[in-house]
Ligand binder design. Structure first.
Ligand code: ADP
Ligand code: MG
Length: 485
């Protein structure tokens, strides 16, 4: 069935031209066809929207002409998966009452296993039917993004540890850095590294069965399995038929007790069997609110490595590579200029390049610095004007005083924590447009009067305690230069 897609695209290539085709159509992938609906994925929101607005109609016409059928289309965004599954089972975890729980241990471990068949895909390891009485399962390879290889990942100071550790894991899975925990902000290469490990292993260790999954999908599969009251397959898939488990965005399951519990057991089973586990998240294990301590402690067992916003040189190198990949002619001067404008997110950096090169191609003009500025104007002011958030303030304050963000939000009144908390509240009030109640809410649901008092105290104490004043001063400086470079 996926032929209809590739055939239609092939048919369109001569009409659209190779460059347009490569830039806009090739990255859109057909995931599956369900009844009359084509499920596509686009690498990012920009590509998705551009494709929808400019090419979807032509592609559908082409498909209709070839198949004499009309299709609807659902386009998901491949990374981050914010638009996927949102409508499905994402929200509600299975409540204990929805399953017959025999005993806690068994419920936690033996739980779900139903309709995940289509989703997790260990590599083709067993050619013969498995020697169980279970129905034959498909041992398909994991879904790996074709773009995310080690060779296309640019090393820089910002990601050196994470990239080297990922490489080491791909060389010798289960031997060093187990688990490997990669964390960092959005669009900084976590998913790229996870897929790169998958690609490398698939190529060099084809005997290994790899499960790569977003935590969200893991949870959805778990829920489906719970609902259909059949855990065996799920359990086998993740605990037994799995040599390498790659889980993206684990923060997604924090607070989802049953899923965390299940993941905990999967983790233990694989870890004890010496299987490699790699997990990504947007923050360190200890900062994931609602994540069970026994789980965060396990996630800390191996190596915890961060990816930060890349420095200017790395950004330029990323753009150079991207331009080369896309066959875009663009001077180093312009690349430097674009890299200077978009600083904190590689995905946006790539999007900026695509935007500039596409507009230039559409208008038939050369790509100059002025042209880039005119195209990216809005985007860059948006980034520059991106307001400081309470989360950022909490992160910086917690790091400054070497305490946990959870403590800043928690109830403890110990001076070593209460003071930083008051300072963070004060800075949140001074540096953001948030109201007192909102700040209270973001600090673990405290009353607005607590925030008002904190602000008053810190204002007064600055005149009395030079140390405290210096701390506040230094934090202000840090927060105003939060942006890299
Ligand atoms: P995250 O998972 O951290 O949100 P992704 O891995 O999805 O980020 O990366 C976003 C985009 O930026 C991807 O297209 C990825 O290929 C690219 N990218 C990020 N870091 C690098 C890097 N160091 N070298 C090359 N491309 C990168
Ligand atoms: Mg990601």
């Amino acid at each position: 069935m996926s032929n209809i897609w590739s055939e239609a695209l092939e048919g369109l290539e001569p009409r659209l031209g190779a460059q347009t085709f490569d830039l806009w159509l090739r990255p859109i992938a057909l995931e599956k066809v369900e009844a009359d609906c084509l499920h596509l994925t686009a690498p990012n929101r920009f590509m998705k929207e551009w494709f929808e607005n400019h090419y979807l109609g032509v592609v559908l016409d082409e498909i209709r002409a070839r198949t004499e059928r009309s299709f609807e289309v659902e386009i998901a965004i491949a990374e981050g998966e914010t638009e996927q599954g949102a409508a499905a089972d994402t929200q509600a975890e299975p409540s204990t009452t929805s399953v017959e729980v025999v005993d806690a241990q068994q419920a936690a471990s033996a739980e779900p296993a139903a309709s995940l068949s289509a989703q997790v895909r260990p590599t083709a390891f067993l050619v013969e039917p498995p020697p169980t009485k279970k129905p034959v399962r498909s041992h398909e390879p994991p879904k790996l993004s074709s773009r995310y290889h080690f060779k296309s990942f640019i090393h820089g100071a910002s990601n050196d540890l994470a990239a080297s550790a990922a490489w080491a894991v791909a060389q010798a899975p289960g031997e060093r850095f187990n688990p490997l925990f990669i964390y960092g902000g959005v669009g900084l290469g976590k998913t790229h590294l996870l897929h790169a490990i998958g690609h490398h292993l698939q190529e060099h260790r084809p005997e290994l069965r790899i499960a790569l999954q977003s935590a969200e999908r893991f949870m959805n599969e778990f829920i489906t399995a719970v609902r259909s009251n059949s855990f065996d397959e799920f359990r086998r898939r993740y605990r037994e038929d799995c040599d390498v488990l790659l889980i993206d965005d684990i923060q997604f399951i924090s607070g989802r007790d049953r899923t965390m519990d299940e993941f905990f057991h999967v983790f233990n089973a694989l870890y004890e069997a010496g299987k490699q586990i790699v997990v990504t998240a947007d923050r360190v294990p200890g900062d994931m609110q609602g994540m069970e301590e026994r789980l965060t402690s396990r996630l800390n067992w191996g190596l915890v490595a961060d990816v930060k916003a890349p420095d200017l040189e790395t950004r330029v190198a990323i753009l150079q590579q991207k331009a080369e990949e896309d066959g875009v002619e663009i001077s180093d001067e312009v690349l430097l200029h674009v890299a200077g404008l978009i600083r904190s997110n590689v995905r946006e950096l790539e999007g900026a390049l695509v935007r500039v090169s596409t507009f230039a191609a559409l208008k038939g003009v050369p790509i100059t610095v002025d042209f880039a500025t005119s195209v990216l104007g809005n985007q860059t002011t948006a980034e520059q004007a991106a307001p400081l958030t309470i989360e950022t303030i909490q992160k910086v304050v917690a790091a400054h005083f070497a305490i946990r963000i959870a403590d800043l939000k928690g109830p403890r009144r110990h001076k070593g924590i209460a003071r930083p908390r008051m300072i963070a509240m004060y800075l949140a009030r001074e540096l953001t447009s948030s109201s007192f109640p909102e700040i209270g809410l973001r600090f673990g649901g405290k009353d607005h009067s607590t925030v008002i008092n904190a602000c008053k105290r810190i204002r007064a104490l600055q005149g009395l305690e030079p140390d405290l004043a210096a701390n506040v001063q230094s934090l202000r400086r840090q927060l105003s230069s939060e942006r890299p470079d």
